[in-house]
Design a protein around this ligand. Structure first.
Ligand code: ISL
Ligand code: CA
Length: 561
């Protein structure tokens, strides 16, 4: 039996370039992370997921890797990395690495070699002849697939007269998982990091590795062609092989980022007896108020949120639980009072909703992942000039929408809602210059609200969002019921939702108001709401039959209700 230590910890995602700069070049780095480990320990963190720090030309901020076994000089050295492992270990914190193996950078030596059709590396990537020629003699791409970044997925190489496949940026060519040599290389990379001290991996887009066929896809508004490579049998086989041949030799775990995954697929990917992934990140809950994945905002409804959460909480043995990451909006700007659709006027509402959403995340079953800055209620970016956008996805989206003659105000509205830059603005440590992130010029604009929202300002205030997170993380870590108890949905309407967590004789009841108006609790919840209030985001000890605006409250009852 594997001891599943990852089920007893709270994880924290670090996006290194935006966390803490140590040398004034405006880019966060590994020594910067080391200097902040005490803060993470104090928060109660047991696992760090480190977004990529490998050598990369940065076409997609490190998710395009040109050397899997070396550290990009901007982030530091391998010695720094080793120090990070050991300093974290001293504080009881394990580190999982970001495993980006669907694609490499086009500057990776494998791809460079692969440009030569005669090279043994040619078959490391997916090269295809044109389908034919058009009337002007121009090559026609091998199929009709569309990609994740709103750009063509086939890039033509004049030299060899063939195309290579890239589901993401053209500087991110997809590896060919029909080639056993590729899998052998990946095993070496896994071993390299596990031997250095990694405690596992967050596996980037891990359900699209295996392209069963390269036939045309069904017409689709989102990613066309998906049915030929999403969660294929060949993909399951690869995951099993990596577990069997490498991962099982170590005391480690994997969390998959699985794009467009549905519950039946997820069940297979996480079924313990199959030996593939330990848990996965799904996207459904963050898309309840969005159209076309996360691009176009639509109305929020709490009962939809509860339905989606319940489906996954009850559908899988163990979930990876998250509300934010480096690709998503800040949760307080998305479901909370910091968002465009909500009342942004009152600082109280911002704080109460940030706390309530934290309470919601930390009272779900699974391993919670907190994203840097979430614990202080950081909000979406506030720059107003599209020129300031860094995210390649947003920039491509803007170009595409321009071609479709979508007016500028609408383009900006949608980009503001969906841009990955929302989560990528630098961490707000204090109210000093550049929010204490850097002494130089930050690589991406710092949100001007840093004088009001920052770590230092919240550290010593017992009522702050940060102090609240510390308190509920502690509560969770001490409760088997909150970590592992069953999830039972109780009630939801447009604004409020309620659920219980139960284990043996213990019952916790969670009530949350996701609206800007106070809400009466329905009579149906009389019994559930009769328990003792353990913690309320509005600081109350007695609910008196209602929830304040944005208030979340956790109650405890001696027995199941
Ligand atoms: O969120 C998305 C789909 O709506 C995409 O923006 C995102 O690219 C997708 O979730 C996959 O994300 C991961 O792989 C990408 C990288 O750009 C992301 O940062 C990473 O999290 C390619 O490696
Ligand atoms: Ca730096």
């Amino acid at each position: 039996m594997r001891k599943k230590w990852w089920q007893d910890a709270v994880a924290y995602q670090i996006y290194p370039r935006s966390f803490q700069d140590s040398n004034g070049d405006g880019i966060g780095d590994i020594p910067g992370i080391i200097s902040r480990l005490d803060e993470l320990k104090e928060l109660g963190i047991g696992i760090i997921w480190l977004s990529p720090v490998y050598k990369s030309p940065d076409a997609d901020n490190g998710y395009d890797i040109s050397d899997y076994c070396s550290i990009d000089p901007r982030y530091g050295t391998m010695r720094d990395m080793q120090k990070l492992f050991s300093e974290a270990k001293k504080r009881g914190i394990r580190i999982i690495m970001d495993l980006v193996i669907n694609h490499t950078s086009d500057e990776h030596p494998w791809f460079r070699e692969s440009l030569d059709p005669a090279s043994e590396y040619r078959d490391y990537y997916i090269w295809q002849k044109p389908k034919g020629r058009d009337r002007n003699g121009r090559p026609i791409p091998p199929n009709n697939w569309t990609g994740f970044f709103m750009e063509p997925v086939w890039e033509y190489d004049e030299n060899s007269g063939e195309y290579y496949l890239h589901l993401f940026h053209k500087k991110q060519p997809d590896l060919n998982y029909k080639n056993p040599q590729v899998i052998a290389e990946i095993k070496d990379i896994l071993r390299f990091w596990l031997d250095k001290g990694a405690a596992g991996f967050r596996c980037d887009v891990i359900n699209v590795l295996y392209k069963t066929s390269l036939e045309d896809g069904k017409k689709s508004l989102t990613v066309q062609g998906l049915e030929h490579y999403k969660s294929q049998e060949g993909n399951h086989e690869i995951l099993k092989e990596l577990r069997r041949d490498v991962l099982s030799d170590y005391n480690c775990f994997t969390v998959g980022e699985t794009v467009m995954v549905d519950l039946p697929e997820a069940k297979l990917l996480c079924d313990e007896s199959r030996g593939e992934l330990d848990m996965l990140f799904y996207f459904d809950h963050l898309e309840i108020d969005r159209l076309i994945a996360r691009f176009i905002p639509k109305k929020f409804n709490a009962s939809k949120l509860l339905a989606v959460l319940a489906k996954w909480q009850q559908g899988l043995e163990w979930n990876a639980v998250y509300f934010e990451n480096h690709d998503q909006s800040r949760i307080v700007s998305h479901f909370g009072a910091g968002g465009p659709k909500q009342d942004n006027k009152s600082a109280d509402n911002w704080a109460v909703s940030a706390k309530s959403l934290g309470l919601l995340e930390l009272t779900l079953k699974g391993t919670p992942f907190i994203y840097q800055g979430q614990e202080i209620g950081m909000t979406n970016f506030d720059f107003t000039d599209p020129e300031k956008l860094n995210d390649v996805e947003s920039r491509n989206l803007d170009t595409l929408m321009k071609k479709m003659h979508i007016p500028a105000f609408l383009r900006w509205k949608w980009i503001k809602a969906s841009s990955r830059d929302n989560a990528r603005t630098p961490m707000q440590w204090n109210s000093g210059a550049n929010a204490g992130f850097t002494t130089g010029i930050p690589w991406l604009g710092i949100n001007s609200n840093y004088t009001r929202i920052n770590y230092e300002g919240q550290k010593h205030s017992p009522d702050s969002i940060l102090s609240f997170y510390k308190k509920i993380i502690k509560l969770r870590l001490e409760s088997e019921c909150l970590k592992k108890g069953d999830f039972i949905p109780l009630y939801a309407d447009t604004h409020i939702m309620a659920y219980q967590r139960r284990l043996n004789n213990e019952t916790y009841t969670m009530l949350i108001n996701l609206s800007a108006k106070a809400q009466k609790l329905p009579p149906k919840l009389d019994n559930a709401a009769a328990g003792a209030v353990i913690v309320s985001a509005a600081g109350r000890t007695n609910l008196e039959g209602m929830l304040f605006a944005w208030e979340g409250a956790l109650l405890k009852s001696g027995k199941a209700l």
